[in-house]
Ligand binder design. Structure first.
Ligand code: FAD
Ligand code: NAD
Length: 191
C-alpha cells in the first residue's frame, strides 16, 4: 500500500502559487524586437530557458496581455538580452508598462536590427519557431541564430519577488559535470 502523504491539502490561491514559484530563483532577460515603423519594443522576462542544443532552441512565455508580444509575432524574430547585476534599473523599466522604455537605456542593433541592450551579460538573436497556448501566457519556442559576446560580469537574479545579487559564480565540479552532460554527444549508454 502506498504511504499516506504527511502534507495534507495546501491552500492554493494565486498569492500562494506566486509565493511557491518565487522560491525558484532565475536570471532575468529583456526580450526585444522592432515594430513596423522601426521603434524598439521589449519586456522583462524570467520565464526564459535554453531548450535544445540540436537544433539550438530557447523558450519564453509572454503574457497574453503583453504589448511587446504582437510585435515579436508580427516580425517573427527577437533578441534575448541576459541582464547583469548592474542592470536592475533596466529590469525595473522593462518590467512595468511604460511609454518609452528605451529612453533610459543605450542599445545597438543586432545583425537583424533588433535592440541589443548595452552591458547585458550576453544576447541571442532568435527566430520564432512555434507558439502554443499556456493559460494566460503564450509558450514561444525560438531558434537561436546569432550569439553575442559574453561579458565577465555577474548575473541579475530574481528570487521571492525581489532582486538578488551574487558574487561571480565559480566553476565548481558540479557545473563541470553539467557542462559535460549538456555537451555529451556519445548517445545514451546508461540503459
Ligand atoms: C523580474 C520580472 C520578470 C518578469 N517575467 C515575465 C515573464 O516571464 N513573462 C511576462 O509576460 N511578463 C513578465 N514580467 C512582467 C512584464 O515584464 C511586464 O508586464 C511588462 O510591462 C510587459 O511589457 P509589454 O511591453 O509586453 O506590455 P505593456 O506595454 O507593459 O502592457 C502590459 C499591459 O499593461 C497595459 N498598459 C500599458 N500601458 C499602460 C498604462 N500606461 N496604464 C495602464 N495600463 C497600461 C496594457 O494594455 C497591457 O494590458 C516580468 C517582470 C519582472 C519585473
Ligand atoms: N511569468 C510572468 O509573467 C511573470 C514572472 C515574474 C514576475 N511577473 C510580474 O512582475 C511583477 C513583479 O513580480 P512580483 O515582485 O510581484 O513577484 P511575485 O511575488 O508576484 O513573483 C513570484 C513568482 O511568481 C511567479 N509569477 C508572478 N507573476 C506571474 C505571472 N503573471 N505569471 C506567471 N508567473 C508569475 C514567478 O515565478 C515569480 O518568480 C508582477 O507584476 C508579476 O506579475 C510576471
Amino acid at each position: 500500500m502506498a504511504p499516506q502523504s504527511p502534507y495534507g491539502t495546501a491552500e492554493f490561491d494565486s498569492r500562494a502559487f506566486r509565493t511557491a514559484m518565487g522560491q525558484f530563483c532565475t536570471g532575468i532577460t529583456v526580450i526585444t524586437s522592432i515594430d513596423g515603423v522601426g521603434d524598439p519594443v521589449g519586456f522583462a522576462c524570467q520565464s526564459f530557458a535554453a531548450l535544445s542544443l540540436d537544433p539550438p532552441l530557447v523558450i519564453f512565455c509572454p503574457m497574453k496581455t503583453s504589448r511587446t508580444w504582437p510585435v515579436i509575432a508580427e516580425r517573427g524574430s527577437f533578441v534575448v538580452n541576459v541582464l547583469s547585476n548592474r542592470q536592475q534599473a533596466v529590469s525595473a523599466v522593462f518590467g512595468a508598462p511604460g511609454q518609452d522604455k528605451f529612453a533610459s537605456v543605450e542599445w545597438d542593433p543586432s545583425p537583424a536590427g533588433m535592440p541589443v541592450i548595452r552591458n547585458s551579460l550576453t544576447w541571442v538573436e532568435c527566430g520564432v519557431e512555434t507558439v502554443t497556448d499556456g493559460g494566460d501566457h503564450h509558450v514561444v519556442i525560438g531558434r537561436a541564430n546569432v550569439l553575442g559576446e559574453v561579458l565577465q560580469d555577474k548575473p541579475l537574479l530574481f528570487y521571492r519577488g525581489g532582486y538578488l545579487s551574487t558574487e561571480h559564480p565559480r566553476v565548481t565540479p558540479v557545473q563541470e559535470e553539467l557542462e559535460n552532460f549538456l555537451t555529451w554527444n556519445g548517445g545514451d549508454t546508461w540503459l
